[in-house]
Design a protein around this ligand. Structure first.
Ligand SMILES: Nc1ncnc2c1ncn2[C@@H]1O[C@H](COP(=O)(O)OP(=O)(O)OP(=O)(O)O)[C@@H](O)[C@H]1O
Length: 681
C-alpha cells in the first residue's frame, strides 16, 4: 500500500489568506528539495529529430480522510484501498459485491502530501527540461480534496509549492554558468470561470482568447507572464493572485472553488553555443472545480449557474477523453474553454497525470463512482510528447534570405499552408539583447522554411561529430554564419534549377499546343483545374502557360512510358476549360464529373496510399490540400492506428471532413492524371 505510516493531522478549513505564512515557513520543503535530497530528478536531453515515445496519461486516485468530524460513530468508508494501485467500492446494484478499480497509483487516507508528490508528480518534471510539456490535473467531486492536493495547507504544502520549489532548484542547477543551456522560468495564473478565461495576475484584463499556433501549441495572447528566479518570487505573484480566484460557500464545502484554476509554468532554454537551439517546456498545474450534484449542494441562483458551467466543462472533458480513447476523428476540444486549453495536455504533446480525488463518506458514494469511472477512462489516453525545439531568433536572423525572399511572396504564402493562415502564429521568442543588436538589420527574418531548419541542425550535428573531441565546428559566430550562407546559396541554386526546368516545360507545352490544337483541347481541362492552388508559378507567368507542380515533374521522369489516358465528361460533350489557375470552385466541381479511366484511378489511389503510409510529414506536404499541420496529424494517426488500408481512411484523421476529403481526392488524383496524360514520355 502507498499509505504512509505518518497520519496527517486533519486540519480545519484553511484560509487562503494564511498561505503566505505557510510558504515562508517551508523548512520541511527546503530539506526535501535540498540538492542532496533523495528522489532528485535526473535530467537528460533528448536529441532533436528522434521520434518521441508515446506517453500514457497516468492516473492516480487519492482518498481523503474523514474531515471535520464528518465520520459518525459507526461510519465506515464506502471505499477502501486494496494495494498501492487498486481499490474497491461497494456496488450499489448488488450489496454482495464490490467494484474493483486499478490505477497507476492509489493513495489511501493516510497518505501524505509528499507521498503523492514524490510518487506521481516529481517524476514528470524532468520532461520540462527536455523541452516537453507536462500537466497535473486534480479532478473529483466538490469537497473531495483537490485544492488540498494541489495547494495544501500551511502544515501540509501540496503539489504546487513542492513542484515549484523543485523546478526552480533544477533550473538553477542546469542553467548555471558554464552549463550548455541558459534557463529561465516564467509563471502565469488564470482561472476559467463560467467559460471566461480570466488572468489572475491581472484581473482587470477581462476574458482572454485561447489560440493554437501552427505547431499545435495552445497560447493565450495577452496573458501575464512573470519571470521567477526563486520561490520567494513565485510566492510574491502567486499568493495575492490566489485571492482573486473565485470561491464560494456551498452546502458541501465552505470554500468551494467555483472555477478551474490553471497555473502555467514555462521553462525556456537557450543554448549558449551554436547552433543556439531553444526549447520551451510548459507545466500546467490545474485545480479543477469540483463536479457537483446540485440535488445535494443546494445550489441556487449564481451558484447554480456556476455549477452548470463547471459540470458542462467537466462533461466535455469526459467526452474528449472518450473520443481520444476510441480514436474518433473529431475530438471536441473546442466545446469548452477548459478542454481547448488542455488540448496540448490531453492527447497532445504533454506528459499528463490526473489525480482523481475521492471522499470516503457514504453521501459522496455516487460522486465517487462517477469520478472513478472518469479516471478509469482517462487511463487509456495516449499522449505523444515531442520536444519543442527551434533555433534562437538571432541565429535565424543571420540567414540573409527569408522564405519570402527566396520564393517570392505568393510562394512563401503557399508554402506556409492554409492552416497556418487561419490560426495565430506562435509567440515570437525574444532574442538575447547583445546578439540582436549586432544582427539587427537581418532580424526581420523571423520565419524560416522548416526544411532549412532541419538541414541546419543536421549540418551542425554532422560537423559536431567530425570536429575534434566532438566539439561542433560551428563554434564561432563567423564560421556559423558562413555555413548558414552556404546552405542558403545551395537552396538558391536549387530553386534556380527548378525554375529553369519549369520554363523549359512551359516552352515545350506551348510548342506542342501550337502544332497540335486538338491535343490542347484534350490536355487543358484536366491539367489545370485540380492544380490551380499548388502550381509553381515563375516570376512572370505567360498568359496561357501550362504549369505543372514540382512533384509531377518528378513523377513523369519515373514513369516515362505511361499510357495516355483520356478523360471524358459525363454528359459526353467535352468542354474547353480556361487556363486561368484561379477558376471558381463551381467549375472545379464540373471538372470532377469527368471520368478518369479506372486504371489511372487505381494507380492514383495507390500512389496516394503509398505516400500516406510511407511518407514523412514533409513528403505528405507534397500532396495537394495537405499543409504542415495536417501532415503531422496524418503521421500521428498512422503511428497510433497503423497503416491506412484505403485512401478513404484519411477521413478518420482529425480535421479531414467529408468536404475536405472530396477536394483532397479530386486535387490529387486529377493532379496525377494530368501528369500522366499530358506528359506520357
Ligand atoms: N488528504 C486530506 N487530509 C486532510 N484534510 C483534507 C484532505 N483532503 C481534503 N481535506 C480537507 O477537506 C476539505 C475540502 O477539501 P478541498 O477544499 O481541497 O476540496 P475540493 O475538492 O478542492 O473542493 P471544491 O471542488 O469544492 O473546491 C478541506 O477542509 C481540506 O482541508
Amino acid at each position: 500500500s502507498t499509505s504512509s505510516s505518518k497520519t496527517p493531522t486533519p486540519t480545519s478549513q484553511q484560509s487562503w489568506s494564511l498561505l503566505p505564512l505557510c510558504f515562508h515557513h517551508t523548512s520541511c520543503l527546503k530539506l526535501l528539495f535540498s540538492p542532496s535530497g533523495a528522489g532528485r530528478c535526473r535530467l537528460s536531453k533528448v536529441g532533436a529529430g528522434r521520434r518521441p515515445p508515446p506517453a500514457r496519461v497516468r492516473v492516480a486516485v487519492r482518498l481523503r480522510p474523514f474531515v471535520d468530524g464528518t465520520a459518525g460513530e459507526n461510519d465506515t468508508p464506502c471505499v477502501r484501498g486494496l494495494d498501492s494501485c487498486s481499490l474497491e467500492i461497494a456496488n450499489w446494484r448488488n450489496h454482495q459485491e464490490t467494484l474493483k478499480y486499478q490505477f497507476d497509483a492509489f493513495y489511501g487516507e493516510r497518505s501524505s502530501q509528499q507521498d503523492i508528490y514524490a510518487g506521481s508528480v516529481q517524476p514528470i518534471l524532468r520532461h520540462l527540461l527536455e523541452g516537453q510539456n507536462a500537466s497535473v490535473l486534480a479532478y473529483g467531486p466538490t469537497g473531495a480534496g483537490k485544492t488540498h492536493t494541489m495547494l495544501g495547507s500551511p502544515e501540509q504544502p501540496g503539489v504546487i509549492p513542492r513542484a515549484l520549489m523543485d523546478l526552480l532548484q533544477l533550473t538553477r542547477e542546469e542553467g548555471a554558468e558554464g552549463r550548455p543551456w541558459a534557463l529561465s522560468v516564467t509563471m502565469s495564473y488564470l482561472e476559467i470561470y463560467q467559460e471566461k478565461v480570466l488572468d489572475l495576475l491581472d484581473p482587470a484584463s477581462g476574458d482572454l482568447v485561447i489560440r493554437e499556433d501552427c505547431r499545435g501549441n495552445i497560447l493565450i495572447p495577452g496573458l501575464t507572464q512573470k519571470p521567477i528566479t526563486s520561490f520567494a518570487d513565485f510566492e510574491r505573484h502567486f499568493l495575492p493572485a490566489s485571492q482573486n480566484r473565485t470561491v464560494g460557500a456551498t452546502r458541501l464545502n465552505q470554500r468551494s472553488s467555483r472555477s478551474h484554476a490553471v497555473l502555467l509554468v514555462k521553462v525556456d532554454q537557450r543554448e549558449r553555443l551554436a547552433p543556439f537551439r531553444q526549447r520551451e517546456g510548459k507545466l500546467y498545474l490545474i485545480d479543477l472545480a469540483g463536479s457537483e450534484d446540485n440535488r445535494r449542494t443546494g445550489n441556487k441562483g449564481l451558484r447554480l449557474k456556476e455549477s452548470g458551467a463547471i459540470n458542462t466543462s467537466l462533461f466535455v472533458l469526459g467526452k474528449v477523453v472518450d473520443a481520444l480513447n476510441q480514436g474518433l476523428p473529431r475530438v471536441p476540444y473546442r466545446d469548452s474553454k477548459l478542454t481547448r486549453l488542455l488540448q496540448d495536455s490531453l492527447g497532445g504533446s504533454a506528459h499528463s497525470i490526473l489525480i482523481a480525488n475521492i471522499a470516503p463518506e457514504r453521501r459522496f458514494y455516487l460522486d465517487t463512482v462517477s469520478a472513478l469511472n472518469f479516471a478509469a477512462r482517462s487511463k487509456e489516453v495516449i499522449n505523444r510528447p515531442f520536444t519543442n525545439e527551434s533555433l534562437q531568433l538571432h541565429v535565424l536572423a543571420s540567414v540573409k534570405l527569408s522564405q519570402k525572399e527566396l520564393l517570392g511572396p505568393s510562394e512563401a504564402k503557399r508554402a506556409r499552408g492554409p492552416e497556418e493562415e487561419e490560426i495565430g502564429s506562435p509567440e515570437p521568442p525574444a532574442a538575447p539583447a547583445s546578439a540582436s543588436q549586432k544582427l539587427s538589420p537581418l532580424q526581420k527574418l523571423s520565419s524560416m522554411d522548416p526544411a532549412m531548419l532541419e538541414r541546419l541542425l543536421s549540418l551542425d550535428r554532422l560537423l559536431g561529430s567530425q570536429g575534434s573531441q566532438g566539439t561542433p565546428l560551428l563554434s564561432t559566430p563567423r564560421r556559423e554564419r558562413m555555413v548558414l550562407m552556404k546552405t542558403v546559396e545551395e537552396k538558391n541554386l536549387e530553386i534556380e534549377r527548378l525554375k529553369m526546368k519549369q520554363k523549359e516545360l512551359e516552352a515545350k507545352v506551348l510548342a506542342q499546343e501550337a502544332t497540335d490544337p486538338k491535343e490542347k483541347e484534350n490536355c487543358s481541362p484536366i491539367m489545370l483545374r485540380p492544380l490551380g492552388r499548388r502550381t509553381v508559378t515563375v516570376a512572370k507567368p505567360l498568359k496561357k502557360a501550362v504549369v505543372m507542380p514540382l512533384q509531377l515533374i518528378q513523377e513523369q521522369a519515373a514513369s516515362p512510358n505511361a499510357e495516355i489516358h483520356i478523360l471524358k465528361r459525363k454528359g459526353g460533350k467535352r468542354k474547353l476549360e480556361s487556363l486561368d489557375a484561379s477558376e471558381s470552385e463551381e467549375k472545379a466541381n464540373d471538372c470532377w464529373e469527368l471520368q478518369i479511366s479506372p486504371e489511372l484511378l487505381t494507380q492514383g489511389r495507390q500512389k496516394i496510399l503509398d505516400l500516406l503510409n510511407k511518407g514523412s510529414a514533409r513528403d505528405l506536404r507534397s500532396l495537394q490540400r495537405i499543409g504542415q499541420k495536417k501532415a503531422q496529424l496524418i503521421v500521428g494517426w498512422r503511428e497510433l492506428h497503423g497503416p491506412f488500408s484505403q485512401v478513404e481512411d484519411l477521413g478518420r484523421v482529425e480535421g479531414m471532413s467529408g468536404k475536405h476529403m472530396e477536394s483532397f481526392l479530386k486535387a490529387n488524383i486529377l493532379g496525377l492524371a494530368a501528369g500522366l496524360r499530358c506528359h506520357p514520355s
